[in-house]
Design a protein around this ligand. Structure first.
Ligand code: CA
Ligand code: CA
Ligand code: CA
Length: 199
């Protein structure tokens, strides 16, 4: 079964650090990378411990570039890959209710989803992981999108930069290392947890 995790990011609300030294490598170094915590998980995952789990979301802006660090796991699957959906609100306008367009990765089925008050998302980033293949979609909501397949050259962990496309004028740096073995636990009936467990 394909599983999707969705999260909205309001880029304009993030602080900018001119001294940011972020290395996109799949891990977050709290001593050198000035990420700010944006969200902390408060419920166990029903997908299975350290399989599909989202523990914490961190972000920082540097010279107009948005860096996100999302701690957790994205399970490698077969031909129907698990995916993480990130909606970015970075400019005036956008969608407070998803139109479902352009509908990459079947997200047309999400049409009608309503964001929290004050969020009007503009861009949609999808990260997909299947065995020996990691894929990226980047789209402008209500517009068109670009697809980048097998960005780790035959692996489902690693780091790479996508090419440019009709929506992104510069490449998107992506890294995933699958090293998380902590954070929240898994349960058939997820229970609330203390936020300090999810980092
Ligand atoms: Ca890093
Ligand atoms: Ca917007
Ligand atoms: Ca865990």
């Amino acid at each position: 079964m394909r599983r999707s995790i969705c999260l909205p990011i309001v880029a304009a609300g993030l602080s900018s650090f001119s001294f940011a030294q972020v290395t996109v490598n799949g891990t977050m170094d709290r001593t050198t990378e000035p990420y700010l915590r944006l969200a902390t998980q408060t419920v166990e995952t029903q997908y299975g411990d350290n399989l599909n789990e989202l523990n914490g979301i961190y972000g920082v802006m540097d010279s107009g570039t948005l860096y996100l660090s999302i701690t957790g796991n994205l399970q490698a699957s077969g031909s129907n890959p698990n995916q993480l959906h990130i909606f970015i609100d970075s400019k005036v306008g956008g969608e407070s209710t998803l139109s479902g367009s352009p509908g990459a990765a079947g997200t047309g089925g999400m049409a009608g989803c309503i964001f929290d008050s004050g969020i009007a998302a503009d861009f949609h980033l999808i990260l997909r992981r299947e065995s020996n293949n990691f894929q990226v979609d980047f789209a402008e909501l209500g517009g068109s999108g670009d697809y980048y397949g097998n960005i780790f050259s035959g692996a489902d962990t690693g780091s790479a930069t996508t090419g440019t496309g009709s929506i992104n004028a510069t490449g998107i740096q992506v890294a995933y290392d699958d090293s998380n073995v902590s954070g929240v636990g898994g349960a058939r009936t997820p229970r609330p947890i203390r936020p300090r467990r999810a980092r």
